[in-house]
Write a protein that binds this ligand. Structure first.
Ligand code: CO
Length: 203
């Protein structure tokens, strides 16, 4: 009886020792190499994936209206006054000309303080499809031409170039922007058209 019990205890102890030994020998090897590689990858991948969808759907809806949400120009008696500032921006993103107007006048007020050589603004009206080419040719025409190519048939109307505190204006026949549009207005000072542009239409 006692011998059998002793043998059983020894066998159990031996089995436990082997199990403990095999567990200890296999677990340090696998967790040591594999977890370090797999642990860092899942930690980095889910983090950007989870944070990007979380911020992207909420941020753009809030930001998009802020940039696109500039008002339409206020029109009174077939004329409007818009502004340009030292931050290279117009204060409106669109001008809607009443179809009842024969002629239309746009006045541009530069509300900034920078000189025309550093932050010049004007208003040039072209077809949207002509804007880039007119802009490039205007830059080539240079400062002496106010960054508008002389006698450019693609230029429907344009003001002179002004600096801070100055005002300029231009009048044109509304029929000129009732053709095959859409039409845009933009600033032809080098590098400004990317931020300083908007739509002009007749309704
Ligand atoms: Co400008």
């Amino acid at each position: 009886m006692t011998m059998n019990i002793k043998m059983t205890v020894l066998a159990l102890a031996c089995a436990l020792a082997l199990a403990a030994c095999s567990d200890n020998s296999s677990s340090p090897a696998a967790p040591g190499a594999a977890p370090s590689a797999t642990a860092s990858a899942p930690m980095q991948a889910p983090a950007p994936a989870a944070s990007t969808p979380a911020t992207t759907p909420t941020a753009p809806p809030a930001a998009a209206p802020a940039t696109d949400g500039k008002p339409t120009a206020v029109v009174t008696d077939c004329a409007t006054e818009i502004e340009g500032n030292d931050a290279m921006q117009y204060n409106v993103s669109s001008i809607v000309v009443p179809a009842s107007c024969k002629d239309f006048k746009i006045t541009l007020k530069h509300t900034g303080k920078l000189p025309v050589t550093a932050m010049g603004h004007d208003v040039v009206i072209t077809k949207a499809s002509d804007l880039k080419a007119v802009d490039a040719d205007g830059m080539a025409a240079g400062a002496p031409n106010g960054y508008v190519k002389p006698n450019d048939p693609r230029v429907i109307a344009h003001t002179s170039l002004v600096g801070g505190g100055e005002t300029t204006s231009v009048s044109f026949a509304v029929s000129k922007i009732q053709g095959d549009g859409p039409y845009e207005f933009f600033c032809s000072f080098p590098g400004h058209s990317g931020l300083m542009h908007g739509s002009i239409s007749v309704k």
